[in-house]
Design a protein around this ligand. Sequence first.
Ligand code: HAM
Length: 409
Amino acid sequence: MQNSIKNIQSLRGMKDIVGSESELFTYFVENASKIAKKYGFSYIETPLLEETALFKRSVGESSDIVNKEMYQFIDKGQNDVCLRPEGTAGVVRHFVEKKLDRAGGVYKWYYYGPMFRYERPQKGRLREFHQFGCEVFGLQSVYEDANIIIMIKEILEFFGIGFTLKLNSLGCSDCMPKYKESLVEHLSSFKEELCEDCNRRLLTNPIRVLDCKIEKCQSLLTNSPKITNNLCNSCNTDFNKLKEILDFNNISYEIDSNLVRGLDYYNKTAFEFVSNEIGSQSAIAGGGRYDRLVEFLGGKSTPGIGFAIGIERLLELVKKNDEKEDFVYIGVLDEASLNKAFEIGIKKRKTTKTYIEYTPRGFAKHFGIAEKLGCNIVALIGENELKNETIYTKNIGTKEEITVKLGDF
Ligand code: HAM
């Protein structure tokens, strides 16, 4: 009977974060949060499940995320809901719901947590993945665009990660529609050569063609008009100013006029931080300005800008830049020493990560368990130690063995 029970495994593209990976995960989140707080961000947690309409209106119906990748279903109350594919929409929903658009002022939030996209899993691309993101409301100044880029740079540098910053401007409601028209005009003569998706994109959101991964489509773009040559005066001035601030602060970047981002809400500044060390899914972080998004979700026009880092992709690159902390193993050689060992272990744990083994064992057994746990210091008490008020210790790394007074341990 039991043999017929099938083992249940985690779903495709979803995984447990455990062991050394979970240590790195919390290490990243703790330190990235510290940096975000230093820049004036406070923590926000929004629900994982939201109305599907939220993502249709924000991320956009022409995006692959909404079109193909949503975990969407009807709940028991007949509501059309969806697991969040990204974090920005929920934060904007909160901003509008709490009428902060009417109150005015500047708001800065950071968040981290799981996002869900029904993509084809591969290295660096999961169906459940985690983001660390920041969103700013109420700041129109292009200095904030630079500030956000400088902050991401600080986070990546803290974790010792090398990157290339790709930068573009997606214009505004004045210059972008005109640019789209010229792009459609250029691409119309190649309709038969463009892939099926790009033919659909020509009708829904032609700039998505710029992002197509198919080589043939990319080759047709060589002589296409570029958004950076078609910006209106205001967008051009802002873009030049941003480049000037970045230059002044020694931040290198590459202009990529094909960088359109996978979400529809951006205008003006759009950027991605990429690494060539993690294979084809090379974007570690992405973001930009979304000055119309609050309006799209029914609020009063408020400028916004933000970014998100893909935590799994980043963890592949993180070099933990602190010394490995001590992990002490405390064990007893006989039952009579357990009370003392327990007392010592509790004291030690106030300052150092400590494991207390309750079962009396011989030396070799204790060392075996300590090794499996990843402890680097083994401390043992037996009859002699108890009598002399000492404790035997061994540093596994240096192999140094000393017996010290309990008070000095
Ligand atoms: P995004 O570019 O879609 O932007 O995602 C941000 C980052 O999440 C990517 O650069 C990547 O590192 C990671 N990521 C995306 N999809 C996957 C996946 N399937 N598996 C693993 N990692 C992935 C956004 O989500 C925007 N909400 C960012 C933003 C915030 N813009 C303004 N504010």
